[in-house]
Ligand binder design. Structure first.
Ligand SMILES: CC(C)=CCC/C(C)=C/CC/C(C)=C/CC/C(C)=C/[C@@H]1[C@@H](COP(=O)(O)OP(=O)(O)O)[C@]1(C)CC/C=C(\C)CC/C=C(\C)CCC=C(C)C
Ligand SMILES: Nc1ncnc2c1ncn2[C@@H]1O[C@H](COP(=O)(O)OP(=O)(O)OP(=O)(O)O)[C@@H](O)[C@H]1O
Ligand SMILES: [Mn+2]
Length: 273
């Protein structure tokens, strides 16, 4: 990316990371709804050009330099509120909303920084839909990778109705045995995550040339975690799926190659792979 964009993405990343640390970090047990409310008014101040510390100042600078909207930032804080209060998701609709709050929002925050290609003929909406899809796909992948880890914290980020349809109960998650029912359930969840990655590709192709490589890289790298879950025979209870360094390195030139391609040939490429 250009140095200006790189710094702006960094400032947004830091804000997201700090927001996540509020509910996941070492002080998480002292977190309350009140503290999240305070974090939100601090966000409003940063957007109004009144940063509270240096890291907020980087965000204030970013939102002054790029047409970034505050709403996805508010929504991410809302996702953290859910994390404090909601331990179960009854349906995929409920889970989708959570994934929008904590991850789809990242796509909406970053598109105004990365910019849309001047050669793009796609509707702006297509680009945002793709950005949203990349956030959702990443979060769904994160959830599928961490089923065991989350269960040990008493949390299940899987649609309970779909578990039930697969003949699985909450206890099956807590006991963590890889059965054929579990494999079948996981296959369906992985297929859905891949569909969101596929939709993200359509948006990524429309971004500014200078911004495409990092986005393609993050897409290709994170999506491979799904392949690794399969390679682990769906044991995401006691094994953490990860992409080995050699595979990561191989993905970078692939991402670069795809970042050079025009949207029309992207579609052709997608239909071949
Ligand atoms: C058109 C098009 C395709 C544009 C690209 C849009 C784009 C760059 C989308 C990026 C989406 C993205 C990186 C989403 C992150 C999803 C994620 C994993 C969120 C995590 C939430 C909390 O989950 P959980 O608590 O279950 O996870 P942990 O156990 O804590 O890991 C997050 C941790 C929320 C906070 C999110 C971040 C820290 C990531 C922010 C990243 C950026 C701002 C950089 C994005 C830029 C590029 C170039 C990839
Ligand atoms: N918008 C931003 N996003 C992220 N980090 C930033 C941002 N603005 C500044 N920084 C960080 O603060 C440091 C000091 O900022 P400053 O604007 O003085 O830039 P600099 O590195 O001195 O470069 P230059 O003088 O060319 O602007 C930067 O090096 C960078 O690490
Ligand atoms: Mn987290």
């Amino acid at each position: 990316m250009t140095p200006e964009r790189r710094r702006a993405i960094w400032a947004i990343y830091v804000w997201c990371r700090r927001t996540d640390e509020l509910v996941d970090g070492p002080n998480a047990s002292h977190m309350s709804a009140l503290a999240l409310d305070r974090w939100e008014s601090r966000l409003e101040d940063a957007f109004a050009g009144r940063p509270y510390d240096m890291l907020d100042a980087a965000l204030a600078h970013t939102v002054a330099a790029f047409p970034v909207d505050i709403q996805p930032f508010r929504d991410m804080i809302q996702g953290m509120r859910l994390d404090l209060t909601k331990p179960r998701y009854g349906t995929f609709d409920e889970l989708y909303l959570y994934c929008y709050y904590v991850a789809g929002t990242v796509g909406l925050m970053t598109v105004p920084v990365m910019g849309i290609s001047p050669d793009s003929t796609a509707a702006t909406e297509t680009v945002y839909r793709g950005a949203l899809a990349l956030g959702l796909a990443n979060q769904l992948t994160n959830i599928l990778r961490d089923v065991g880890e989350d269960a040990r914290r008493g949390r299940i980020y899987l649609p309970l109705d779909e578990l039930e349809m697969a003949g699985l109960s909450e206890d099956d998650i807590f006991s963590g045995r890889v059965t054929d029912r579990w494999r079948g359930f996981m296959r369906g969840q992985i297929t859905r995550a891949r569909a969101f990655f596929r939709q993200a590709e359509e948006g990524a192709a429309e971004l500014n040339q200078e911004s495409r490589w990092p986005v393609w890289a993050s897409l290709l790298l994170y999506r491979q975690i799904l392949d690794e879950i399969e390679a682990n025979d769906y044991n995401n209870f006691t094994k953490r799926a990860y992409v080995p360094k050699a595979k990561k390195i191989v993905a970078l030139p692939k991402a670069y190659y795809r970042s050079l391609m025009l949207p029309s040939s992207q579609r052709h490429f997608s239909s071949l792979t």
